[in-house]
Design a protein. Structure first.
Length: 254
């Protein structure tokens, strides 16, 4: 008779300890971390390019500012001109985002133009915004330069479209949309050259001022005319002359 074998009771067996957590981050977390590191490289690079000029900056200097090695940069970008293009693209994407939001909001041509002028002015006071006008497209590979030229044309076309829409809906005086767009864009683009972070005015204050200065002459009805047409609340007159709190002086009988 075969010997009886005692089999373990599976119900009473101790639980199997969970497997050790994977040393690798989930895919989405790894991609997010990589994107953050790429953006950190771009932020350091765009600052150096604007401070010293593209040709004077080396990848060693970019790496030193990030406290990493130069070979580590090649994990994210293949070349210096690719970094330049990506910096430019960051600025262009910010403008595209603004235009998309304005188009979704509706409004008159003048209203859209003022929104674009205000947002574009504020963007010119940022590093990525300034890269749109400070970088020389001739430093880009031809394929990337073609992309950048096409993006510039889209931005210019948007200014013209808003101005033309304003003349059509009556919010903007009859004018040449092309010339008006050139005048406005020329003034706005120059902000990227002269703006200083330690200046007296904030980007918002500059944007407020430029929005008024660059669109007031185009508007069919100026802000001053609107103010004059707005009825004012009647002012109460004091029963006695003079300023309250001061004793009346002078002769005469009361």
């Amino acid at each position: 008779m075969p010997a009886r074998v005692n089999r373990p009771n599976m119900d009473s067996a101790p639980p199997v300890p969970p497997s050790s957590p994977s040393p690798w981050l989930p895919f989405e977390s790894r991609r997010r971390a990589r994107d953050e590191k790429r953006e950190a490289v771009l932020r350091a690079a765009v600052q150096l390019f604007l401070e010293q000029g593209y040709h004077r900056v080396t990848l060693n200097e970019v790496a030193e500012r990030l406290n990493i090695t130069k070979p580590a940069l090649y994990n994210y970008f293949r070349s210096k001109d690719e970094i330049l293009f990506e910096c430019w693209s960051m600025g262009a994407e910010l403008v595209d985002s603004v235009i998309t939001e304005i188009n979704a909001g509706g409004g008159s041509g003048l209203s859209k133009l003022r929104k674009l002028v205000h947002a574009y002015t504020a963007l010119m006071a940022t590093d990525f915004g300034a890269s749109l006008v400070r970088f020389d497209l001739r430093d880009l590979a031809e394929r990337n330069a073609a992309v950048a030229r096409a993006a510039k044309k889209r931005i210019d076309a948007t200014f013209r479209r808003y101005i033309a829409a304003g003349t059509a809906d009556g919010s903007i005086k009859p004018c040449d949309p092309k010339l008006a767009a050139f005048a406005i864009a020329g003034a706005l683009n120059w902000i990227g050259h002269w703006y200083q972070r330690d200046g007296e005015l904030s980007p918002t204050e500059i944007a407020d001022e430029f929005t008024v200065r660059l669109t007031e002459g185009l508007a069919t009805e100026s802000r001053q005319q609107i103010t004059k047409k707005t009825p004012r609340a009647p002012q109460r007159r004091n029963s006695t002359r003079g300023t309250i709190g001061k004793k009346r002086t002078g002769g005469g009988t009361g």
